[in-house]
Design a protein around this ligand. Sequence first.
Ligand code: GUN
Length: 286
Amino acid sequence: MANLIDGKKISAEVKEKVRLETASLVEKHGIQPGLAVVIVGNDPASRVYVNNKKKACEAVGFRSWEYALPEDTTQAELLELVETLNAEKNVNGILVQLPVPAQIDDKAIINAISPAKDVDAFHPENVGQIMIGDYKFLPCTPAGVMELIDSTGIEVSGKKCVVIGRSNIVGKPMAMLLLHRSGTVTICHSRTVDLPSVTKEADILVAAVGKANFVTGDMVKEGAVVIDVGMNRLENGKLCGDVNFAEVEPKASWITPVPGGVGPMTIAMLMRNTLTAAKSQNGIQD
Ligand code: GUN
């Protein structure tokens, strides 16, 4: 039987640290970190995420601004807003919630966000910094996963790590962070031949596929650490991960639940990145 990795508890601890540091930043330097969140259109899942981000800002003592733009917003209009936010001194972090409607090229928007305010770490400059291991921000979800792995006390160094999924937001940076910790990393994807034979080798298995119950018991090695990045909404409205929990839990040594695993960590890391951005923009060292 696996130990559960409690993402809610660990994220609360991270946010509490951010809250205390924020209070001291306000008191000593008169600087209150601020995050601008932009949402375009009416995607219900995005609306939930944005509301949670705003709530988290309040809880840690940040200023936050929400820009809710209509579904038919043009790329030029969104770029103009990003430029305004880039120039606004009180805005330390800018997050444009993805996906954006089809008439907008998300790459153009990501490229327009000032790298210093890019708290998602999606800008090519930040992606490059991560690649060479010399970064200011880490993308929130992979950074949250690393915190969860660290909470188990298990060393990544020398372990076989398998990441399922190769997205720019999760799979690729996740693999890079595990590599920075000296894991032996394999990235699997839809063209991987005989996926179970690869995943069964993993000491640390990270599932970021976007398919409910994709990872079954036969795909997991006895004693593996299993991290489930999936957040799939089932027809009955329930949230379900990429991992078939009932089958995998008895084999794993550690496993994240869904909900209550990786999800809460993403927001905690966003808070940490926004604090880092505020300090760095104001020339404040730790
Ligand atoms: N949509 C889903 N996850 C994310 C995220 O981490 N950042 C942004 N900006 N959009 C998202």
